[in-house]
Design a protein around this ligand. Structure first.
Ligand code: NAD
Ligand code: ZN
Ligand code: ZN
Length: 345
């Protein structure tokens, strides 16, 4: 089969021939319906120097996957060929404390096998077939089309985890600020609206992204720039925000987050823009909690899928063929995409 592979750091992806994978004992072979193109892949292609991450190329890209069970390895029960499924992509050891809590994104034995997950060291889903090493990473779907479900496994799951840990902030009258209304951000707005009472304000540098943000539930769209902090403060009647989700993570967006955060609130950094901000007694309002989050847990993915199956959230998807997958990344880099690009092999 053909697969879109990262063959070296700081290198464009290549469509190459690879052997069809076979499921060994305990494994599941998934026929890919959709594989989302995440901005993190752009960081993999362009930004990360060798040695920064605990894994190395070559591997097939694609860490947001859904499709149908093709076949199962010896000992796997309860999954039928043809059944639609989403794939939990953070693949940990399965036996450490964090993995046993379903948080394989924070596996404590990562150093042992030097890979982060599907499409991140292990071969991912930008190919007709994906080998999933264990059935515990499989999340059954009922009504969802795998093309719509694929983005849920990261662009949905990552904001869901970040929102869930701050749910107690999101009481009636509260404001959540989403910086970067792209693949993750447009789902974050919908999740905030579905699970909390917060009013959602979006900031983006792209007017088109702000238009999508308003269409999916944001009450205000604010163009990024020098006046954004004052505009957000004005919207909150001077009180400030209760949760900021920064899906960009450059110096300017973290500074914006610190400038609008209300005392006692949460600021959560999700974007891998590699920006920084000085943390000291007077740079951040009192008792603001700063955290970075990475992906989410397997049980949270079940919850995200349930939200989507209930019709409460829906990824805005732009489809690309496998032949055209490289163009999905150039469009993503150019900022011309809205919502999520999904490769349909
Ligand atoms: P995306 O390209 O789909 O969306 C990014 C959005 O941010 C776009 O709408 C863009 O216009 C906007 N933007 C860019 N620079 C901006 C700026 N300076 N000010 C305001 N808006 C700006 O990207 P995505 O796939 O949603 O990913 C977003 C970020 O999250 C990436 O850095 C990605 O690597 C990261 N990410 C992190 C995790 C995690 O677990 N922490 C998971 C997935 C993605
Ligand atoms: Zn991602
Ligand atoms: Zn583990």
């Amino acid at each position: 089969m053909r697969a879109l592979r990262l063959t070296a750091w700081q290198h464009e992806p290549e469509l190459l021939d690879v052997d069809d994978p076979e499921p060994g004992p305990g494994a599941v072979l998934v026929r890919i319906g959709g594989a989302g193109a995440c901005h993190s892949d752009l960081h993999l292609l362009h930004d990360f120097a060798p040695g920064l991450l605990p894994f190395d190329p070559p591997f097939t890209l694609g860490h947001e996957n859904a499709g149908w069970v093709e076949s199962v390895g010896a000992g796997v029960t309860g999954l039928e060929p043809g059944q639609p499924v989403a794939v939990y992509g953070a693949w940990g050891c399965g036996r450490c404390g964090r993995c046993l809590q379903g948080m394989e994104n924070y596996c404590e034995n990562r150093a042992e096998f030097r890979r982060e997950g599907c499409g991140l060291g292990f071969d991912g889903g930008m190919a007709p077939l994906l080998l999933v090493p264990t059935a515990r990473h499989i999340v059954p779907l009922t009504d969802l089309d795998p093309v719509d479900a694929a983005p849920l496994t990261d662009a949905g799951l990552t904001p869901y985890h970040a929102i869930k840990r701050s749910l107690d902030q999101l009481v009636p009258g509260s404001t959540a600020l989403v910086i970067g209304a792209g693949g993750l951000g447009h789902l974050a707005i919908q999740i905030l609206t579905a699970v909390s009472a917060a009013r959602v304000v979006a900031v983006d540098q792209s007017p088109d992204a702000l238009e999508l943000a308003l269409a999916v539930g944001a009450s205000h769209g604010v163009l990024a720039g020098d006046t954004a902090a004052a505009e957000v403060r004005e919207i909150t009647k001077g009180r400030g925000t209760d949760l900021v989700l920064d899906f960009v993570g450059v110096d300017a967006t973290i500074a914006l987050a610190a400038a609008v955060a209300r005392p006692l609130s949460d600021v959560t950094l999700i974007g891998v823009g590699m920006g920084s901000f000085p943390f000291s007694f007077f740079t951040v309002p009192y008792e603001v909690s700063l955290a970075s989050t990475y992906w989410g847990s397997a049980s949270e993915l079940h919850e995200v899928v349930a939200l989507a199956e209930a019709g409460k959230i829906r990824a805005h998807v732009e489809r690309y063929s496998l032949d055209d997958a490289a163009r999905a990344y150039t469009d993503l880099a150019a900022g011309t995409l809205r919502g999520r690009a999904v490769i349909v092999p």
